[in-house]
Ligand binder design. Structure first.
Ligand code: RIB
Ligand code: CA
Length: 324
């Protein structure tokens, strides 16, 4: 199977970091570029964490281009209380050896798809601010990607950042609306927090298995998620911490892992009461055509096999990660 050419847009916190390992070291893809966006952490930390994660995956040659440092209209909201102040479990990780690229993320998202129409799969792992800004310049941009997979939303309106909203959409709901206004089900797939909390929960046994693999990537993936593990125990009530971004990445790399999907017409609430909630219209003959494919359930065992197989690999990381 040939490696899938990928571009990844990320707000790099601890689960994004694991998604980057899957993409860069899993053997399923060739990462062409990474673009960063403010979200879980401020932009400079998202960029730093992306560089660190790619070095850990032996992919220090992949360029990382910083993008938007705030949502389209709203004040920035971060999730450092979930992922740690640095977004990576506050391990005191050494600074990356590589440096960010000098091009803006939005220009990269536009130019690479324009130069090579239909070649790249785009995976977004954070707020959709960069993609929305690119769409405002080129409304047909999505047609120039092979497919766009977004870790976004909660199709069952059971939220993680509010009663009804998922963080990436809640952080910049206007950007999500811009993206959905240009989307079609054949070009855009959303993997929501509903799928993650059902099919991507790392139980205590899973966490022990990951830790006992003992490779640099497995140790890195286990330790950077130590803060989110506490959050899961104390707040979400799940049977462990979930991995939304790695699940979205796994679906992009192996769409055969999808167990249940649907197409629907989706818009996003922007009023304060329901900020970021997905408005999912499943009515047949609804006034507006479906605009997105929603992944509802994923093969948990297949996802975790990909995760463990990737982390069990030993690559030549540029960095030697000395845990604090
Ligand atoms: O709501 C899940 C999203 O926000 C993921 O991208 C994850 O990084 C979390 O912080
Ligand atoms: Ca993310």
């Amino acid at each position: 199977m040939s490696a899938l050419p990928l571009i990844i847009d990320t707000d790099t916190a601890s689960d994004d970091a694991v998604a980057l390992l899957l993409a860069a070291a899993g053997g399923h893809a060739r990462v062409h570029a990474v673009t960063t966006v403010a979200g879980n952490v401020p932009l400079d930390l998202a960029t730093r964490n992306a560089l660190i994660s790619l070095e850990m995956a032996g992919a220090a040659d992949v360029p990382v281009h910083p993008g938007c440092e705030r949502p389209m209209l709203r004040s920035p909201s971060h999730a450092q209380h979930v992922h740690g102040e640095d977004g990576m479990g506050d391990l005191g990780l050494p600074a990356p050896r590589s440096s960010p690229g000098t091009r803006h993320a939005v220009e990269v998202l536009l130019s690479e798809a324009g130069r090579f129409p239909g070649r790249f799969t785009l995976v977004t792992l954070g707020p959709l601010t960069n993609l929305a800004a690119a769409l405002l310049q080129d409304r047909d941009l999505l047609t120039r990607y092979r497919h766009v997979y977004c870790m976004a939303g909660a199709a069952d309106a059971r939220g993680n950042v509010s009663a009804t909203a998922e963080f990436n959409v809640w952080a910049d709901p206007e950007a999500a609306r811009v993206v959905l206004s240009a989307a079609t089900p054949g070009k855009m797939t959303w993997i929501g927090w509903d799928a993650s909390r059902q099919d991507a929960v790392m139980t205590t046994g899973d966490q022990l298995h990951l830790e006992r693999l003992g490779t640099p990537m497995a140790t890195f993936a286990h330790r950077v998620n130590r803060t989110v593990a506490v959050w899961a125990r104390e707040v979400t009530g799940l049977d462990g911490y979930d991995l939304p971004d790695p699940l979205a990445m796994a679906v992009a790399l192996r769409p055969d892992l999808v167990v249940e999907r649907e197409v629907a017409r989706v818009d996003i609430a922007v009023g304060e009461e329901a900020r970021g909630q997905m408005l999912v219209d499943r009515r047949r003959g609804a006034t507006a055509e479906p605009n997105v494919t929603l992944v509802r359930r994923v093969d948990t065992a297949g996802f975790k096999k990909m995760l463990f197989d990737t982390c069990a690999r030993t690559v030549q990381p540029v960095r030697t990660e000395e845990p604090a």
